[in-house]
Design a protein around this ligand. Structure first.
Ligand SMILES: Cc1cc2nc3c(=O)[nH]c(=O)nc-3n(C[C@H](O)[C@H](O)[C@H](O)COP(=O)(O)OP(=O)(O)OC[C@H]3O[C@@H](n4cnc5c(N)ncnc54)[C@H](O)[C@@H]3O)c2cc1C
Length: 423
């Protein structure tokens, strides 16, 4: 074991979960080593924004000293708009649900808590303040040493020893695949019956203004069998243009494959999606949304082929205990889930806070392999019911699109009930 009374924590992955864990450990004075395969903080497009809610009070507590207030990561920061979220019937424009003002407040801390539609790139930059990140370090594998400590190996030849290894390396986690090498079911992902196509649209002021009314930071609109997420990404410096990002989801019917009607684009399937060209994806998106309300359809009509972002296939995994030893996983590595309740990132942050708390408690006792094992399994014990509930309700939230009853059920948690304003 380490000679210090504090364990050294190796974190693989500087995404939302890994960075938050490192910040929480830094705040508590616990040594960490953070490794990321990206070559720098900005080397990868950070795509769709992220709705932060339950995790905001804890995020404020670990705010890096040199970082600006958390509000600055909002896509609407320093604009005339505030983060609101609406869900519409895509045909009638009827509002199913509307969250405005200080929403998602937790009972204990109502004044502070509300939702922020976070720009992922700004959030990653915010979380990176005051942290030492080892960029360009792709994790290769690990070895548990006879002492009980763990050694991590990286593709660039670097080897690092620590007391605990945390895989925060996302849904395709390499840490998880080694951890569950003897139990392939533990590493398996459940492929969801959804397909998704995404694109960007640039709108001049007269065209973007109505969308700021529908949901300045984010809104969703449902058609029969489909759901669209539309969110602000950025404004041009003079605010003459807004760039919105859209994601069109549909439920794939794998049992029957109907030939396209004359003049229609063939619907990409889960297996053909990745082969479709941007022009084919856009043609399909326009066709699928053709009977939406004209105000929503405009988004697709105005999108240019060169602004198509591509396609996504969705997976989930119910969390489970990791094998005994000094290794655990957090975030999407542990419980990737469908995005239909906007909870995956919040769950990754909550994991990071709770694991850090458990490690801080450990550092007040003697650090032995047994104590580390107990600490990690105790974190998992607490996380598993929470994570399972989120994975299952996110899965159910994608089962049916386009009905008020289903949409209302998505947000029927007791703590939100009184805050939801029904229209
Ligand atoms: C379309 C969409 C919309 C979403 N919207 C929301 C939302 O509104 N709210 C919400 O809470 N959640 C949302 N989510 C979910 C959220 O994005 C994820 O749950 C969250 O990013 C998980 O964080 P993470 O840190 O576990 O993984 P990631 O953010 O994926 O980070 C993993 C990191 O590990 C690194 N890595 C991977 N392999 C290696 C390796 N071998 N070596 C070193 N580093 C490695 C990666 O480069 C990455 O930086 C959405 C997801 C999707 C797909």
């Amino acid at each position: 074991m380490s000679s210090s009374s504090k364990p050294t924590v190796i974190i693989v992955g500087a995404g939302l979960g890994g960075l938050t864990l490192a910040q929480s450990l830094r705040t508590a004075g616990i040594p960490y080593r953070l490794f990321e395969r990206d070559s720098s903080e900005a080397s990868r497009q950070q795509g769709w924004s992220l709705l932060l809610h339950e995790c905001l009070p804890a995020l404020r507590k670990i705010a890096p000293p040199s970082a600006p207030p958390i509000e600055c990561i909002s896509v609407t920061y320093q604009t005339p708009y505030e983060d609101h979220f609406h869900m519409f019937n895509g045909h009638t424009k009827e509002v199913y649900l509307s969250f405005e003002g200080p929403v998602f407040a937790d009972a204990a801390n109502k004044r502070d808590a509300y939702s922020i539609s976070a720009s992922r790139s700004k959030f990653r930059a915010w979380l990176t303040h005051n942290l030492e990140v080892n960029w360009d370090h792709a994790f290769k594998g690990y070895e548990v040493l006879p002492s009980g400590r763990v050694k991590a190996y990286f593709e660039n030849g670097v080897e690092v020893e620590g007391d605990i290894l945390v895989g925060a390396d996302g849904s395709q986690s390499k840490v998880r695949s080694q951890l569950f090498a003897g139990n392939p079911a533990g590493n398996a992902l459940n492929r969801l019956p959804h397909a998704c196509v995404a694109g960007l649209v640039h709108l001049p002021r007269d065209k973007y203004l109505p969308h700021m009314k529908y949901g300045p930071s984010l809104y969703t609109t449902d058609g029969v069998g489909l759901r669209v997420f539309i969110g602000l990404r950025t404004f041009s410096p003079d605010m003459s243009t807004a760039t919105l990002v859209w994601l069109l989801f549909w439920v794939e019917k794998q049992d029957k494959k109907e030939p396209p009607a004359k003049g229609e684009t063939e619907k990409p399937t889960l297996t053909t999606l990745h082969m479709a060209t941007p022009a084919e994806l856009l043609a399909y998106a326009k066709q699928a949304t053709a009977d939406l309300h004209a105000d929503f359809r405009e988004i697709f009509e105005e999108t240019k082929v060169e602004d198509m972002l591509g396609s996504l296939v969705l997976y989930d995994r119910e969390p489970m205990h990791c094998p005994a030893g000094p290794i655990t996983i957090i975030g999407d590595a542990m419980h990737v889930m469908s995005p239909f309740r906007g909870e995956g990132g919040n769950a990754a942050l909550t994991d990071a806070f709770e694991l850090s708390e458990a490690i801080v408690n450990l550092s007040s006792s003697t650090i032995t392999p047994e104590a580390i094992n107990t600490t990690l399994r105790t974190y998992e014990e607490k996380m598993i019911p929470r994570g399972t509930d989120m994975v299952v309700s996110s899965r159910n939230a994608g089962k049916e699109f386009g009905t008020r009853g289903v949409t209302e059920k998505l947000f029927n948690r007791a703590e939100l009930g009184e805050l939801v304003q029904k229209h």
